[in-house]
Design a protein around this ligand. Structure first.
Ligand code: CP
Ligand code: NVA
Length: 310
């Protein structure tokens, strides 16, 4: 716990299994306190700056409300308002903001920019999504799985769809937490080879496993958790049409879900495109836990902030 003070939260690769388990446990504790109405002003008087270069509903609101519940406050900083948008360097921005703020959350395109911001900042930097990773989402997701299934070790997660930021963080997290992970993506849309390699090594250590395939049917076999995400992420909207063709056989629907466990749970980070990556029947059906995940963004991020910014 104490050793997380001052640490950045950029990608799950930087965290040990013990640290991830600690943060999930802390999130569950903070959730209980919030539900019970017990004040927990761990970050009283502190301020988080939130830089957004992409749209957001969940991330923006959950970070802002989370800081408020921790006794602090959050500032929404859009790219258009910051001098960063007019060419001020990442380094100068990081140095300057560190003189005012106790933490910085950033959502942007290139992962490199977040790493550079963290290098220039003297306060913790939290990744609120890049093209490469979405680690806050996965902390909320695995908290949700733990709450629903009672354990993470030995749970099988199947991710069907684009080899994007979501699957990178889901795979990295699962491999550290001893989970079985299977991903099915079409040729040309596979996850990063380096993330696959690192996750394989982690899984060998943690007792988890990793399967990478082009077959949705093979990946979903016997899954406890079925996860998907949009086919065209933010920044890739221009490829929507060609992606609809490439991903035509990768929709999570009732037919495909037959091969998962009968008590499988459906997850999606949201926002979703009903009728594309997932059928209406599945996402709005009895297996879906999408809003429990969304809620846990609040609790998971409060734990991350409370641990690193205290
Ligand atoms: N899942 C997620 O990060 O949602 P937003 O884009 O709405 O923040
Ligand atoms: N993969 C999606 C996730 C949105 C939360 C995107 O990057 O747009």
């Amino acid at each position: 716990a104490a050793q997380l003070k001052g640490k950045d939260f950029l990608a799950l690769v930087d965290y040990t299994p013990e640290e991830l388990e600690y943060l999930i446990g802390y999130a569950i504790e903070l959730k209980r306190k919030q539900k019970a109405g017990e004040p927990h002003p761990i970050l009283a008087g502190k301020t988080l700056g939130m830089i957004f270069e992409k749209s957001s509903t969940r991330t923006r609101v959950s970070f802002e409300v989370g800081m408020y519940q921790l006794g602090g406050q959050a500032l929404f900083l859009s790219k258009n308002d910051l001098q960063l948008g007019r060419g001020e360097t990442v380094w100068d921005t990081a140095q300057t903001l560190s003189r005012y703020l106790d933490g910085i959350m950033i959502r942007t395109y290139e992962h490199r920019k977040v790493i550079d911001l963290a290098r220039g900042a003297t306060v913790p930097v939290i990744n609120g999504l890049t093209d490469h990773a979405h680690p806050c989402q996965v902390m909320a997701d695995y908290q949700t799985v733990l709450e629903k299934k009672g354990r993470l070790r030995g749970i099988k997660v199947a991710y069907i769809g684009d080899g994007n930021n979501m699957v990178h963080s889901l795979m990295m997290g699962a491999s550290k937490l001893g989970m079985d992970f299977a991903v099915a993506s079409p040729e040309g849309y596979m996850p990063d080879a380096s993330v696959i390699q690192q996750s394989k090594e982690n899984a060998a250590q943690s007792g988890g496993s990793l399967l990478v395939t082009t077959s949705a049917r093979e990946a979903i076999e016997n899954a406890d958790i079925v996860y998907t995400d949009v086919w065209a992420s933010m920044g890739f909207e221009a490829e929507q049409k060609e992606r609809e063709i490439a991903f035509a056989n990768y929709q999570v629907n009732e037919e495909l879900a037959k091969y998962a466990k009968s008590d499988y749970l459906f997850m999606h980070c949201l926002p979703a495109h009903r009728g594309e990556e997932v059928s209406e029947g599945v996402i709005d059906g009895e297996h879906s836990i999408i809003f429990d995940q969304a809620e846990n963004r609040l609790h998971a991020q409060k734990a991350i902030m409370a641990a690193t910014m205290v």
